[in-house]
Design a protein around this ligand. Structure first.
Ligand code: PGA
Length: 252
C-alpha cells in the first residue's frame, strides 16, 4: 500500500484529480469506479473545473458507481445518482449510456446486481477505483460482518452507517435501511485503487486499516491489503493516530 499524507483535503483532492486526468489522457477508453460521500467532492469539483475552464473532454470515459440506496428514486436529493449528477455528471460530457448506476428501485434487485457485475465484466473491468472509507471500515456499502461478499449484492446498512449518513437527511429514520453495493471482487480486480480519508473522525479507522495484520471481514477495507496497486491518501488529521503510532514505535 502506498500511503500519502497531504497537508489538506484540497491538496489530497488535487493529487487524486490529477491522477484521474492522467488516466483519462493516457487510456483510449478508461473505466472509472466512482464513490459518493463527503470525501470525493473536492475531486469532482476539480474535474468539473477542468471541463469548464480547460474544455477537457470526458466523452471516452465509462463509469460505474459503487452503490445506491434501495428504494430511492434517482431524482431523490439523497440518492447517489442525484449526488453524482449534481457533483459531476451534469457538468462534464460523459455520454449517458457510458454512465452505469445501480437502480435502487429495480423490482428484481437480485437481477439488477447480476446485470451490474456483467456490465463491469463486459467493460473489461475497472481501470481506476476511487473509494472512501466508513467509520466502521466499509468500502462501498460492504459493511462489517462475518463474511465479505464478492459479487454485487443487497446489504442491510450498519447502525454506524445510518448514523453517519443521517447528516444528509432530515432524520436518521429517513435513511434507507438497505442498499445495493458492488461486492469486493470488481473492486479488487481494478487495476488501481485510491482510497481517500479526511478528518480527525477517520483517524482511528485509518490506523486500524493500516495496522490490521489479517484480512478482517469486520474491517472490510482490510481486503485492500491484498491488492498490488492501492494508494491511501489522507489529510494530516486522518493520518494523525497512525503517524503517532509510527513515531512511538520508532522510538521504542
Ligand atoms: P464520507 O463517506 O466520504 O461521507 O465520509 C465515506 C464512506 O462512507 O465510504
Amino acid at each position: 500500500m502506498n500511503i500519502i499524507v497531504a497537508s489538506t483535503p484540497g491538496e489530497a483532492s488535487e493529487y487524486v484529480a490529477k491522477r484521474i486526468l492522467n488516466i483519462i489522457d493516457a487510456t483510449p477508453a478508461p473505466v472509472l469506479g466512482l464513490a459518493t460521500g463527503g470525501t470525493p467532492k473536492g475531486v469532482y469539483q476539480m474535474l468539473r473545473d477542468e471541463r469548464a475552464k480547460e474544455g477537457r473532454d470526458f466523452s471516452h470515459l465509462t463509469t460505474f458507481n459503487l452503490d445506491e440506496y434501495v428504494g430511492l428514486d434517482p431524482a431523490h436529493a439523497q440518492s447517489y445518482r442525484y449526488y453524482m449528477n449534481t457533483h459531476l455528471f451534469d457538468h462534464i460530457n460523459i455520454p449517458s449510456p457510458q454512465i452505469h448506476f445501480l437502480d435502487g428501485r429495480a423490482s428484481d434487485l437480485a437481477r439488477e446486481c447480476l446485470t451490474y457485475d456483467k456490465a463491469i465484466e463486459n467493460a473489461g473491468g475497472i481501470d481506476f477505483q476511487l473509494l472512501g472509507i466508513g467509520h466502521n471500515g466499509h468500502i462501498g456499502f460492504n459493511e462489517p460482518s462475518g463474511t465479505l461478499q464478492f459479487k454485487t449484492h443487497v446489504t442491510t446498512l450498519d447502525e454506524a452507517t445510518i448514523e453517519a449518513n443521517a447528516r444528509f437527511f432530515d432524520a436518521s429514520s429517513q435513511v434507507p435501511s438497505q442498499a445495493i453495493t458492488m461486492g469486493v471482487e470488481p473492486i479488487m480486480h481494478a487495476e488501481e485503487i485510491v482510497l481517500m480519508a479526511f478528518g480527525e473522525d477517520k483517524a482511528d479507522i485509518v490506523d486500524a486499516l493500516l495496522n490490521t495484520p489479517t484480512l478482517d471481514p469486520q474491517l472490510p477495507a482490510s481486503i485492500l491489503r491484498l491488492h498490488r496497486n492501492v494508494t491511501i491518501i489522507l489529510d494530516k488529521a486522518a493520518a494523525n493516530v497512525y503517524q503517532n503510532r509510527q513515531s512511538e514505535e520508532g522510538i521504542q
